[in-house]
Ligand binder design. Structure first.
Ligand SMILES: Nc1ncnc2c1ncn2[C@@H]1O[C@H](COP(=O)(O)OP(=O)(O)OP(=O)(O)O)[C@@H](O)[C@H]1O
Ligand SMILES: [Mg+2]
Length: 269
């Protein structure tokens, strides 16, 4: 659960207010999230979008602060995609970051949705953007515990790695991409592989989703065995997560990843 504004330490609220001006309203974003706090904060100088994360004990960066720091280094080098970074402050054992506020809506990835064109445009543009030096995380590292040989995932393309419909904010003029904390470098088909489960989640069959991504040369030219292995590894990732939390509701991503892996294996036979 994200911390509400009033539960933030006073030092953090004071530091944020120093950037936003006297706070008039705070509209928190629901959901678990990577950041401990995520909200539209309207101050005397207008609205901004604020994300904040608490450091681990002894003032060390924990995983959430590290993700937010990566977002601050990546944001300025992807200005064609991301809402602008306005400021960062550290106070009271927290890192807080202000972004340009986008008055947009989440994308709809269901079959026939006009937003699929915006997703395609964004993904094509990402696929043709050279990876900035500031993006240093290597995508294959995140698959090492699941795949015997991650070499096919390595590369030097810029990958957002989480183009889910909540990370695309659609306005009449532009589709903004938010949530850059896990941007990585790797081979470009991995980005497309990350999109497919979201298409299935939105109502595409695995076959329809695969047909849709056939517009990306990175996907169609990748070795089919590498893609098959990737789908199996995705399913295994979610299976392990579900097994680690046996009392919790199984994640919706698990049956989706399994359906996709089964579809590809059926195709490979
Ligand atoms: N600049 C922005 N302007 C307006 N709304 C935003 C902005 N950035 C993010 N949001 C909204 O807040 C939500 C959460 O933001 P984001 O995804 O960056 O948070 P996170 O905590 O890092 O990740 P997540 O909740 O996805 O795990 C987004 O889905 C979007 O709806
Ligand atoms: Mg997000």
């Amino acid at each position: 659960m994200r911390d509400q504004w009033t539960r933030l330490p006073e030092a953090v609220r004071t530091a944020i207010t120093g950037r936003t001006g006297a706070v008039l309203s705070v509209r928190a974003v629901p959901g678990g999230g990577n950041a401990d706090f995520a909200a539209t904060v309207t101050g005397s100088s207008g609205p901004s979008f604020v994300k904040a994360a608490r450091k681990a004990s002894l003032g060390q960066d924990g995983p959430r602060v590290r993700a937010l720091r990566r977002e601050t280094t990546t944001n300025p080098v992807v200005p064609e995609f991301a809402p602008r970074l306005l400021w960062t402050v550290e106070a009271g054992g927290w890192l807080a970051v202000g972004f340009e506020h986008v008055q947009g809506r989440h994308a709809d990835y269901s079959p026939g949705s006009p937003d699929l064109a915006a997703l395609a445009k964004t993904a094509h543009q990402l696929q043709s953007t050279p990876c900035p030096d500031a993006v240093v995380m290597r995508v294959e590292r995140r698959w090492e515990h699941l795949v015997p040989d991650v070499a096919p995932m390595a590369g030097d393309a810029l990958l957002h790695t989480d183009l889910n419909p909540y990370n695309l904010l659609i306005t009449p003029e532009h589709a903004y991409v938010v949530d850059w904390g896990f941007a990585s470098r790797g081979t470009s088909w991995v980005e497309i592989g990350q999109i497919i489960p979201w298409l299935i989640h939105a109502g595409h069959t695995p076959a329809d989703a695969e047909r849709w991504v056939a517009q990306f040369p990175a996907w169609t030219s990748a070795a089919p065995e590498a893609l098959d292995l990737y789908t199996r590894a995705s399913a295994e990732r979610w299976r392990r997560r579900a097994a680690a939390n046996p009392d919790a509701e199984p994640p919706a991503n698990l049956p989706i990843a399994q359906r996709w892996a089964e579809h590809r294996n059926a195709r490979a036979l």
